[in-house]
Design a binder for this molecule. Structure first.
Ligand SMILES: NC(=O)c1ccc[n+]([C@@H]2O[C@H](COP(=O)([O-])OP(=O)(O)OC[C@H]3O[C@@H](n4cnc5c(N)ncnc54)[C@H](O)[C@@H]3O)[C@@H](O)[C@H]2O)c1
Length: 263
């Protein structure tokens, strides 16, 4: 990947302290942007920021933000803008998983999934949208999932949020289409991150399998490439979508799933 694709851009990545968000942050910083990592866990966000080598003329900051809280999201955007200038690239990535059959699914967990992974991205989009359109350039990248295109048992809230954010992506793209701002969703398959590793025991219970069987039986057997993806692969795609190389791509929900989903 070219090293200067995102030079002078300001990128704000939610949930950027771990997994996919961290990989996107690293790849975008390598591509030359100023970087804000926002996360509910400020300590982890600071560690992530410090792990990146100092680069002359590139600023980087950690921001505490809870994507289920409107005021916290607005404060996150304002803090980023005060330190580095208007947000050019917003990556709505923060998320979590909760696995349970519908009969025993806790409605508060269902609601929280929708708040963090659908309402939060909407509020963040709202906070950057007007200035992006006025300035004639912007990128909004929403991290959906293959579970935004297909159902998965025991993931009612997660699948609902991930389907919903594809709808939000399309509306955002249409409202911005004549302004130099694009909005796309990335739909990863299973990526080797804490979110996937931590759900294996709950999946084992719900599928009534031994924990050691879950990875093969529930996940890898459906993946033509028969592997978990690396988070950096998602990072490379995000850099591309954020760059001027992808100006004509908007309103898309792009799969990166080792062939798991092909529509
Ligand atoms: N790992 C996968 O296989 C996979 C596949 C498809 C989509 N995704 C999506 O990618 C995104 C990142 O997932 P990941 O696998 O890297 O998970 P992860 O658990 O490694 O990282 C998620 C990050 O989000 C942060 N976060 C959680 N709730 C938050 C909140 N309320 N406010 C702010 N930050 C919060 C966490 O602190 C963490 O740093 C999520 O939206 C997830 O649904 C992951």
């Amino acid at each position: 990947m070219q090293t200067n694709l995102l030079q002078n851009k300001v990128a704000l990545i939610t949930g950027g302290a771990s997994g996919i968000g961290l990989a996107i942050a690293e790849k975008m910083f390598e591509a030359g942007c100023h970087l804000a990592i926002a996360d509910i866990d400020l300590g982890k966000a600071e560690v992530a920021i410090m792990s990146m080598a100092e680069r002359e003329q590139q600023k980087k900051i950690a921001i505490q933000a809870d994507l289920s809280e409107t005021e916290s999201i607005r404060h996150m955007v304002a803090t980023c803008e005060q330190s580095m200038g208007p947000v050019d690239i917003l990556v709505n990535n923060a998320g979590f998983q909760y696995v349970a059959p519908i009969e025993t699914c806790d409605p508060r967990q269902f609601q929280k999934l929708i708040e963090v992974m659908l309402v939060g991205p909407f509020v963040a989009t709202q906070a950057v949208f007007a200035q992006m359109k006025e300035r004639g350039w912007g990128r909004i990248i929403n991290i959906s999932s293959i579970n935004g295109k297909m159902g998965a048992p025991f993931k009612a809230g997660y699948c609902s949020a991930k389907h919903g954010i594809i709808g939000l992506t399309r509306v955002t793209a249409m409202e911005a289409a004549d302004s130099g701002v694009t909005c796309n969703a990335i739909c990863p398959g299973y990526v080797d991150t804490p979110l996937v590793r931590n759900q294996l025991s709950d999946l084992a219970k719900s599928y009534q399998l031994a924990e050691g069987e879950v990875l093969e039986e529930v996940i890898l057997r459906h993946v033509p490439q028969h592997r978990l993806l690396e988070a950096g692969e998602i990072g490379n795609l995000a850099v591309y979508l954020a760059s001027d190389l992808a100006t004509g791509i908007t309103g898309q929900a792009v799969n990166i799933s080792g062939g798991y989903v092909m529509h």
